[in-house]
Design a protein around this ligand. Structure first.
Ligand code: NAP
Length: 226
């Protein structure tokens, strides 16, 4: 797969290296060609580097890690994004005291409105860069969830595969509207990791438990609650 990284900071660099290790062709983009090339030099494995525009042209799948910046400010033309998968790993700023406002529209939905010609997929925002340092081994043994949401089923499958390849368990999290839930989850993870536990190796994962062998509490009764 040809993957372009738009914004090769902590997230872009880490995910780009992991995908290059899996044999994908990766192009690291940055605001200056020199920065993109420097990240590619660090990454090795035949990766390339240059401007964000060049990364956007190169990739069929793009990681968009320039938080809160409209693609029209990052790219000379957003036409280049037409039909491409745009992975959104972004989270909002952490407010003082972790007093987050409720999310009424997610960053991913905003991105999709800004570039309706692209196929936006929310993923990779519920764990810190440190967790990626564990990938793919020993990460695999910890069964860490990556929540993936998109209105395009095929694009979602592609991103789920990219998550699985680097050692995560991909969780189909429905349509892009659910990015609201996923971004709220990431806000909670950051409260735990930074505020409460002070450990950046903190994340949240789904566990589906085996059914109880014996129903001794009366089981689930009919209820009027939704
Ligand atoms: N780091 C984590 O642990 C983590 C975990 C989960 C999610 N996230 C989310 O991932 C996103 C990226 O985080 P990060 O840690 O990778 O941040 P970072 O290391 O600070 O990198 C940010 C990237 O955004 C680019 N950028 C910033 N402003 C820009 C602008 N006006 N135009 C073009 N590019 C711009 C920077 O480009 P240049 O290199 O050209 O300056 C840089 O590559 C954030 O939304 C963050 O919330 C981060």
């Amino acid at each position: 797969m040809k993957i372009g990284i738009i914004g090769s900071g902590n997230m872009g660099r880490s995910l780009g290296i992991l995908w290059a290790e899996q044999g994908h062709q990766v192009f690291f983009g940055a605001r200056t060609a020199e920065k993109g090339q420097a990240v590619a030099a660090l990454a090795g494995r035949g990766t390339q580097g240059g401007t964000n525009d060049s990364a956007a042209v190169f990739g069929d799948v793009l990681l968009y890690s320039a938080r809160g910046v409209d693609p029209s400010e990052v790219l000379a033309s957003t036409e280049v994004l037409t039909g491409k998968i745009l992975i959104d790993p972004n989270n909002s700023n952490i407010p003082a005291g972790f007093a987050y406002e409720p999310i009424v529209k997610s960053l991913a939905e905003t991105l999709a409105e800004q570039v309706p010609n692209a196929i936006v997929v929310k993923a990779f925002n519920t764990m810190g860069q440190e967790v990626f340092e564990l990938a793919p081994e020993p990460l695999k043994e910890h069964q860490v969830s990556v929540f993936v949401a998109s209105d395009d089923a095929k694009a979602k499958q592609t991103v789920m595969q990219l998550a699985e390849e680097i050692g995560f368990v991909a969780i189909d999290s429905g349509g892009l509207r659910n990015a609201r839930l996923i971004e709220e989850m990431a806000d909670f993870v950051r409260f735990l990791a930074i505020g409460q536990l002070q450990n950046f190796y903190t994340t949240l994962s789904v566990k589906v438990l085996p059914a109880a062998e014996q129903i001794r509490l009366g089981g689930r009764q009919t209820s009027n609650l939704a």
